[in-house]
Ligand binder design. Structure first.
Ligand SMILES: NC(=O)c1ccc[n+]([C@@H]2O[C@H](COP(=O)([O-])OP(=O)(O)OC[C@H]3O[C@@H](n4cnc5c(N)ncnc54)[C@H](OP(=O)(O)O)[C@@H]3O)[C@@H](O)[C@H]2O)c1
Length: 243
């Protein structure tokens, strides 16, 4: 049977790299993002390089209805889930003293609530797949800021700390049944999200998204006996826990 993944935020950046790598390995994919044109373009590119099927679903992770519809679309199309890649996310910086609470709510909705809902909705499918193959995985793209906090990143860091914690709890509840979760926690990755920073932080000093995809694909090759709650990924140099 063909292995199957759902990748959110797969129209560009880290999500597209992960989808590309899985497509190269012949996986069936459900991909999602908000912007139909770039998502359709990504789906076309993925179909050109894969034997697997690619199902593209426009969905805003801030919308509960869209998240539920995305989970249902994947279940109905494939009925199996080897890897749930929780990648869609947004960033926003500002001092706590002035950070607009509505932006905080949006960050939590997109970066954590959607992930929680997708796990909840798709856990029966993940369990069923693990029951047949031995294992299935949740892979969440978290951040080093969720592990070690930094000024101006209070809301984003809190959302990513929650996402990392969510992965740990999935492991405590589900890993004996073969469903495990890993939070990938990188520093700056060279994508559209960090493009505004390149004046201060050159893109060639950032992590290449291809490396994050490599780690994600590596996780899908592991069996059920290795439960890996989180992987911190630093940029080269003395920064270690700083993004
Ligand atoms: N880049 C970094 O330095 C870095 C470091 C650590 C962690 N991360 C995390 O890695 C993940 C991917 O980041 P990236 O750098 O690859 O970002 P990116 O290049 O900006 O790509 C973001 C992807 O997510 C989609 N997306 C954004 N908001 C969405 C929403 N509300 N609903 C559904 N889809 C949405 C985007 O498509 P649409 O805009 O069309 O929706 C796009 O496909 C994020 O969770 C981010 O927090 C990034």
């Amino acid at each position: 049977m063909t292995r199957t993944a759902l990748v959110t935020g797969a129209s560009r950046g880290i999500g597209l790299e992960i989808a590309r790598r899985l497509a190269d390995d012949g996986w069936n994919l459900t991909i999602s993002a908000r912007t139909e044109s770039t998502l359709t373009e990504a789906a076309t590119t993925l179909r050109e390089r894969s034997q697997g099927e690619v199902c593209a679903v426009v969905a805003d992770m801030a919308s509960e209805g869209d998240v539920l519809a995305l989970a249902a679309a994947h279940r109905e199309r494939f009925g199996r889930l080897d890897a749930l890649v929780l990648n869609a996310g947004m960033g926003s910086i500002g001092p706590i003293a002035e950070f607009p609470i509505r932006r905080f709510d949006k960050l939590i909705a997109v970066n954590v609530r959607s992930a929680y809902l997708l796990i909840q909705q798709l856990l029966p499918t993940l369990r069923e797949t693990a029951g047949t193959t031995g294992s299935s995985r949740v892979i969440a793209i978290s951040s080093l800021t969720g592990t070690a906090s930094e000024p101006l990143n209070s809301a984003y860091g809190a959302s990513k700390a929650a996402l990392t914690s969510l992965c740990e709890t999935v492991n405590t509840e589900e890993s004996l049944g073969g469903v495990s979760a890993t939070a990938l926690c990188p520093g700056y990755v060279a994508t559209d999200m960090t493009a505004p920073l390149t004046g201060d932080v050159p893109a060639d000093t950032m992590i290449d998204p291809v490396e994050i995809a490599e780690l994600a694909v590596g996780l899908t090759r592991l069996g059920r006996s290795a439960v890996i709650p989180a992987i911190p990924i630093s940029r080269p140099g003395p920064l270690v826990w700083r993004v």
